[in-house]
Design a protein around this ligand. Structure first.
Ligand code: BGC
Length: 810
């Protein structure tokens, strides 16, 4: 990306600043602003969430944006956008996001998140794109391109391996380099190389022992030197571990500002010769560069058209809607409706939709469509719409009476539509799901309606895979995911055939969580998570192990049908151009997602059964066909060789599979790839997870032992204070105050946000208190507390704690 400002400006501004001011630039001015350089006419620039809509807190808003966020278009969440497999659409949505940010004078939008979905229970999966790195990386790049086309910076997050919420600020993710490179880091690499984001955000967690904010290999060797990233790196909110180490490692900016919490440590490190001033200058220069870049794009006159953005959100929601099953009941267009005089619409989400996830990405929508109103308008007077709630939309609970009403409505109707899914409290940033089931109330409702024998369409609103044991008894299942503010009208479009269900799963739906090798190693320990499943994530597992998914990666039905014809490959060394013709053989217009997987036929390096290496979405009128060309390059055939520190291609035969899902291969060809590389052989693990010896071999070192609870330190999570009587008293003091604050600011019916804060309060490290609290209590007080807890100071301080506790209890 061309730089729009002369480098000399940055140098000039920097050289005029005393050390103290340069250090100040390394942390934010407040929760959402960077420190500007007023002497050089550079005002503080603003950053704001988030991936599917702008969450700009108005003055006085709380961190979760529950109060006071400026209304903005709530586009479908990342999981829904990803199911469109449509890079052009994501660029279009990105442009709208960038535009809205610009109108609100927000210089950088904090998204997209590209972390791979390692396990379907990840609480934040709704905010991430896929289980596959190529798909996630390309879609993220498309979104970034759109955002930045409008002169707003994007922030690619969270680098790296932030794949669970449980203890996210302290866990050490233990993962071997091959797995890291071939999965998670490939997604980031594609997003950086193709999207050129202005900024990148580090993850909260540790990666093989080092906090991501302090990780020189990740931020310097890989991100900047190998992938060519030339922007600014910021910490996640409250996630900077050690300002001195992080500055050395290349984490430029601490966010939010913590009132100079670390400034003294940085100054002292410079004075002691432990930190090179050049490292400070390097990061300060990036803050200045970003501020100049933002100033160049500032436009006080910018506007956007709310209706147009709403229409785009509606189109995007339909494009990401996945038709999982259909016996022909859908679409409900005039023909089937001819025999139907009543449609029973069952489920409170039809009136109060679940349309986005909870946490930092929660947007205040400009308006909100609901299915009941939209479907009523679409059906017009062709059929009567009878609505019954079936359950409570906040808790998901049902009653005998609600079930009886739903059954009665279904019995009277020609078609029943049940809208079910996950209420907000089931999934959010801040905690993981404990199971993959629907709420009992929803399952009971679905079973009762199915038992009436009326053809039943089930619509699901949720952010991540569910278990659907009744699936073969439903007439049709629509996975609508979280459709954003226009999800209701988009669903009415899809149900009636005014729009096609354009989505294909960007993740696998397992039959049971326990099928997955990652399951035993997901959220399994508060301090350490071991990726013993290696590469066997999602379809890489199902297809390699022969353990079928309930609904495979890439799956999604259409209202029309397609054939694949005339597969052709052209080869130039390791570059292979694959061409195939796709023909719409049905009677409706529709789009198909052509998926290209590569399988190594004979390989001395153990690999998953097949991997996605290309895809394209084509829209076709009935009878129309299109020639689709998909390029493969050297990397499409390569594996990462840890010993030789390189991507290597082993000579041999590779199958090229053209498919409509990871299990629905339509055409295949074999190519012979020549290569001089001699990859180090890798044998398959004896089971689907590595045992201690195998895991140690993958890691190239002993499997680390999780940190002990004691001695306490800055990164001790608050929950661990319970280990001593004094600690327990301090924890009570801390949590009582925090819980009171949550009760005061978060509405009672917003259970997801309340749960998120509960997790944060007990799982956050002590260090996060000043970092999230604007510098209070000061870090020195945290250090003193740690000393006290470790028994270095007793007596008087203990008395003080008793007094504080007594005061609180009064
Ligand atoms: C989240 C980030 C978000 C930031 C600011 C953090 O808790 O992890 O994704 O951008 O808060 O709201």
């Amino acid at each position: 990306m061309p730089t729009e400002y002369p480098r000399s400006d940055v140098d000039r501004i920097l050289s005029g600043l005393p050390l103290e001011d340069r250090i100040r630039l390394l942390s934010g001015a407040d929760k959402w602003h960077l420190a500007g350089v007023p002497s050089a006419g550079l005002p503080p620039i603003m950053v704001a969430d988030g991936p599917h809509g702008l969450r700009k807190e108005a003055d006085g808003g709380d961190h979760a944006g529950i109060t006071g966020a400026v209304p903005a278009t709530c586009f479908p969440t990342a999981v829904t956008l990803a199911a469109s497999w449509d890079t052009e659409l994501l660029t279009e949505v990105g442009r709208a996001l960038g535009r809205e940010a610009r109108v609100e004078q927000v210089a950088v939008l904090l998204g997209p998140g590209v972390n791979l979905k390692r396990h379907p229970a990840g609480g934040r999966n709704f905010e991430y794109l896929s289980e596959d790195p190529l798909l996630a990386g390309r879609l993220a790049a498309a979104l970034i391109t759109g955002i930045q086309d409008e002169g707003t910076g994007a922030c690619l997050k969270h680098l790296a391996a932030n794949q669970q919420e449980t203890y996210r600020m302290v866990i050490d993710t233990v993962v071997d380099e091959r797995t890291l490179r071939e999965l998670e880091l490939t997604a980031f690499e594609i997003a950086v190389r193709e999207g050129h984001p202005w900024t990148v955000m580090t993850a909260y967690n540790r990666l093989n022992g080092t906090y991501c904010s302090d990780h020189a290999w990740l931020l310097q060797d890989l991100l900047r030197e190998t992938w060519g990233f030339d922007g600014l790196v910021m910490s996640d909110w409250g996630g900077l571990n050690d300002r001195v180490v992080a500055t050395r490692a290349g984490c430029d900016l601490e966010m939010p500002g913590s009132n100079g919490t670390f400034d003294a440590e940085v100054r002292n490190a410079v004075a002691a010769g432990e930190l090179d001033e050049a490292a400070i200058d390097r990061s300060a220069a990036r803050v200045i560069e970003l501020s100049i870049r933002a100033a160049a794009h500032r436009d006080a006159e910018a506007t956007f058209d709310r209706a147009e953005h709403h229409a785009l959100a509606r189109r995007a929601a339909a494009a990401g809607t996945v038709l999982l099953t259909n016996d022909g009941t859908l679409p409900l267009d005039p023909d089937p409706l001819a025999d139907v005089d009543t449609v029973a619409l069952i489920g409170a989400f039809a009136r109060s939709p679940r349309f986005q996830g909870a946490g930092s990405s929660q947007v205040e929508p400009t308006r909100l469509d609901d299915l009941r109103t939209s479907l009523g308008a679409r059906l017009d007077d062709r059929a009567r719409l009878e609505y019954v709630p079936g359950y409570d939309p906040v808790t998901g609970a049902t009653t005998d009476q609600l079930i009886a009403d739903a059954s009665a409505a279904a019995e009277q109707a020609g078609v029943a539509i049940v809208v079910a899914g996950l209420p907000g409290r089931y999934e959010s940033e801040g905690f993981d799901r404990s199971h993959l089931d629907l709420p009992d109330g929803h399952t009971r409702l679905i079973e009762a309606v199915l038992a009436t024998g009326t053809p039943t369409v089930v619509i699901l609103q949720n952010g991540a895979p569910l278990l659907l044991p009744w699936s073969d008894r439903a007439a049709a299942i629509i996975e609508a995911y979280l459709g954003g503010q226009a999800g209701g009208s988009a669903l009415a479009d899809v149900l009636t055939g005014a729009a096609e269900p354009g989505g294909r799963l960007a993740e696998s739906f397992p039959v049971a969580a326990s099928d997955l090798p990652a399951d035993a190693y997901f959220a399994s320990h508060p301090k350490q998570i071991e990726y013993r499943e290696g590469l066997l994530v999602g379809y890489r597992f199902h297809d390699t192990a022969g353990v079928p998914a309930a609904f495979p990666f890439g799956h999604g039905l259409s209202y029309t049908s397609f054939v694949y014809e005339d597969l052709d490959t052209e080869q130039d060394g390791t570059d292979v151009t694959v061409s195939v013709t796709v023909r719409n053989t049905g009677e409706r217009a529709g789009s198909e997602v052509v998926q290209l997987y590569v399988r190594a036929v004979d390989s001395s390096v153990w690999r998953p059964d097949k991997e996605l290496k290309g895809f394209a979405k084509v829209a076709l009128e009935p009878g129309e066909s299109e020639r689709v060309t998909l390029p493969l390059d050297r990397r499409s055939f390569a594996t990462y060789d840890v010993r030789q520190r390189a991507w290597l291609v082993e000579a041999g035969s590779f199958e090229i599979l053209l498919a409509a899902s990871s299990t629905d291969v339509r055409l295949r060809a074999t190519v012979a790839i020549a290569s001089e590389d001699q990859p180090t052989p890798v044998t398959a693990p004896t089971g689907w997870t590595a045992d201690d010896t195998e895991f140690a071999a993958w890691l190239g070192t002993e499997v680390p032992t999780p940190d002990p609870v004691q001695p306490f330190h800055r990164n001790t999570p608050v929950a661990d204070l319970d280990a001593t009587p004094l600690g327990r008293r301090i924890r009570q003091l801390l949590t009582t105050a925090a819980t009171r604050e949550v009760a005061r600011t978060v509405p009672e019916d917003d259970a997801a946000t309340r749960r998120m804060f509960e997790s944060v309060i007990s799982e956050a490290p002590l260090r996060a208190l000043p970092l999230m609290g604007g510098g209070r209590p000061p870090l020195k007080a945290i250090d003193a507390l740690v000393g006290l807890l470790n028994g270095r100071v007793r007596g008087r301080v203990s008395e003080v704690i008793d007094q504080l506790a007594a005061r609180r209890d009064q």
